[in-house]
Ligand binder design. Structure first.
Ligand SMILES: [Zn+2]
Length: 123
């Protein structure tokens, strides 16, 4: 008998990108905010600077100049536990979309803050 492996269902759409600032809204780091270091779309998880710290126990390995001991580094947290922080109003917000018409009939979608309508994309 095989046991089905439990895979977390990825959210329908992941709107967060590297370098976004997010605030943690649930979990043990609730209230913290930080910069997004990595987005794992496949697993619906995210790495946020100084959030979800885990202790890594490392063995010394002199030939590779690795000191042993306990190092703290970021661990992945669920994307559903964070919200983007708008650079315009500085609040945790949901993400809306604005569609720009470009010359030649093309369109470009930008992410906007649903509270103050400021764009969340740098470009
Ligand atoms: Zn805003």
């Amino acid at each position: 008998m095989s046991v089905a492996k439990k895979e977390p269902a990825p959210p329908a759409r992941i709107e967060l990108k590297k370098e976004d600032t997010v605030r943690v809204i649930a979990g043990k780091d609730r209230g913290k905010s930080g910069r997004v270091l990595r987005v794992d779309r496949e697993h619906g998880r995210i790495l946020v600077e100084h959030v979800g710290m885990v202790k890594r126990h490392t063995r010394p390995n002199p030939s590779r100049q690795i000191k042993g001991g306990i190092a703290e580094r970021e661990g992945p947290i669920a994307i559903s536990n964070v919200m983007i922080v708008c650079p315009g109003c500085n609040k945790a917000t949901r993400i809306g979309h604005h569609v720009d018409q470009l010359p030649g009939g093309r369109t470009r979608r930008t992410r906007v803050c649903l509270k103050c309508r400021q764009t969340l994309d740098k470009k």
